[in-house]
Design a protein around this ligand. Structure first.
Ligand code: AMP
Ligand code: MG
Length: 352
């Protein structure tokens, strides 16, 4: 049999090509949506036709790393290292912490402390992040209130350190960290040329790209009175995050009263206004997360003022959009929600 030199060369090149592409991509198989527990919640990620094992691993690893750094439930987390050194010494931390904490302080300033990442001592007192909550006495609340003050947080960017001025202070990034994590998941996906993905970190959603060419994603907004039943609002979104803060997310009941997980730093009690939930749509999930908590605390009027001011800072007045749902089943939206083809699916609610 005659074999030409060109033939041998081509066969050899093909072998090399196959060898290196296999070595680089251990598994090219496309996996279905993947679910893991991270950041204290169920995280579901669907990368569709881009879903290789390698990429899912990379994204989940990033989520776990963010949790290891920011969770107050992990004793060795960076956040707890800062908390344990409160009133004593500054602590050197990662760029992740410096960035997210700086952002949290920006929202604290914007809301004059309604949103406050030093809410930790109150969160601990109410025990709201565990199965069973605790209804504190007024004395207990009064004792920790002076420890909740974002102005006592000192970030030294040059040396990458954080210092909490008073002993007993505790940072809690629970109102912003999942948003940051969702943005990070999207950043990695985009880096790997993913064109569409659905990222759901315990209801903190990023609908990346579009469902198909010219077809947006459809997402639902929960009924805050009955979060497990079918959604009450449908929205068309592309490249946007949707984040909701509501009274139903984490709470306990005692003597017929519901105590939920969003606390008013001025009173030390769960925020009480006529809101059941606020939803923010925004291309930054971190902004959506911080803004959903902030607008929920501030209520509708001040919430809208905050939104306008943050949108001006972001340089785009259309950026963040809000849906407020009240305890009277009224739905109020900012004008820019118009871009999402909002459809009401439950007639017991009224769009005002
Ligand atoms: P979210 O579910 O994003 O609205 O955030 C609520 C979580 O943020 C709570 O579980 C607390 O860990 C924390 N938190 C509660 N109240 C506040 C507040 N006033 N400012 C900042 N974070 C808060
Ligand atoms: Mg939030």
């Amino acid at each position: 049999m005659k074999t030409s030199k060109t033939g041998i060369f081509l066969t050899f090149s093909l072998f090399l090509l196959l060898f290196f592409s296999c070595a680089k991509n251990p598994s090219k198989e496309i996996l279905k949506a993947q679910t893991e527990l991270a950041l204290g919640t169920v995280c579901n990620i669907n990368l569709f036709e881009y879903g290789t094992e390698e990429l899912y691993d990379l994204i989940f690893k990033r989520l776990h790393d963010i949790e290891l750094s920011m969770s107050i439930n992990i004793e060795s987390s960076e956040i707890n290292r800062i908390n344990n050194a409160a009133g004593k010494n500054p602590v050197q931390v990662s760029p992740d912490i410096i960035f997210v904490l700086s952002q949290a302080l920006y929202y604290a300033e914007k809301t004059e402390g309604a949103f406050d990442p030093t809410i930790g001592p109150l969160v601990k007192l109410w025990n709201i992040n565990s199965e069973s909550g605790y209804l504190p006495t007024q004395e207990e609340i009064d004792a920790v209130l002076p420890l909740v003050d974002y102005r006592l947080v000192h970030i030294d960017e040059k040396n990458s350190t954080v210092f909490l001025e008073k002993e007993g202070m505790r940072l809690d990034l629970g109102a912003i960290a999942k948003g940051y994590a969702a943005d990070e998941a999207v950043r990695i996906a985009a880096q790997y040329k993913v064109k569409r993905a659905l990222i759901d970190l315990g209801g903190n959603i990023y609908a990346y790209g579009s469902k198909e060419k010219d077809t947006p994603w459809r997402i639902g907004i929960k009924d805050p009175f009955s979060p497990l039943s079918t959604p009450i609002i449908r929205l068309d979104v592309e490249n946007k995050s949707s984040v909701t803060s509501g009274v139903y997310e984490r709470f306990f009941e005692q003597d017929g009263v519901r105590y939920h997980h969003i606390l008013d730093p001025k009173t030390g009690y769960p925020v009480q206004n006529n809101l059941m939930s606020t939803t923010i749509l925004c291309s930054s999930s971190m902004a959506a997360d911080a803004l959903s908590t902030s607008t929920f605390i501030l209520g509708r009027e001040s919430g809208i003022e905050l939104l306008e001011s943050v949108n001006a800072d972001l340089g785009n007045e259309q950026e963040a959009a809000t849906i407020f749902i009240t305890d009277e089943k009224d739905i109020f939206t900012t004008k820019n929600v118009g871009a999402y083809n909002m459809l009401l699916l439950d007639e017991s609610f009224t769009v005002r």
